[in-house]
Design a binder for this molecule. Structure first.
Ligand code: HEC
Length: 135
């Protein structure tokens, strides 16, 4: 009986280890937003005031990981796995506003979801500001 319980504990442990390992593998892949995110329209496209508001929020909340210049080199970002995204890269700037909006709404560890922390307007303002890092 006793060995049976020990075996169960061992098996549970194994399942946990395999589960965590596959999560790490999944995390190392590029983060892709679902296709329908591309169709969400940015209500602030080309709105300079919104971009300015986005900058303010970015400095407060995002620069610590993504860096003041959006290069993913903030003091808390460089050591993360995966690293905080570098917004100057083509692979980021090639995405639609809707895809970027979806990502910062949903989040993916180690980045938080901003669905409940920021209003929809604030999230779009941030998307506008992310565009200013385009080279
Ligand atoms: C705790 C550090 C941290 C903070 C704070 C943070 N991020 Fe991130 N962010 C990350 C990491 C790490 C990734 C990469 C996640 C991945 O690829 O799985 C990321 C990815 C992203 C992406 C997706 C890039 C891509 O791959 O297409 C966007 C957009 C983004 N962040 C926006 C923001 C915005 C806007 C804020 C502030 C409201 C913010 N982040 C705050 C760590 C952070």
């Amino acid at each position: 009986m006793k060995t049976n319980i020990n075996l169960k504990i061992l098996l549970l442990g194994l399942v946990f280890i395999v589960g965590s390992a596959s999560m790490v593998v999944a995390q190392s892949k590029d983060w892709v937003a679902p296709k329908d995110a591309d169709t969400i329209n940015n209500p602030f496209a080309g709105n300079a005031d919104a971009t300015k508001a986005g900058k303010k929020k970015f400095v407060q909340l995002c620069a610590i990981c993504h860096g003041d210049r959006g290069k993913g080199d903030g003091i808390a970002g460089a050591a993360l796995q995966p690293k905080a995204a570098n917004f100057t890269l083509v692979k980021i700037q090639d995405q639609t506003d809707g895809a970027l909006f979806w990502k910062l709404t949903e989040g993916r560890a180690p980045m938080a979801s901003y669905k409940d922390l920021l209003t929809e307007d604030e999230r779009w303002q941030l998307v506008n500001y992310i565009r200013t890092f385009k080279k």
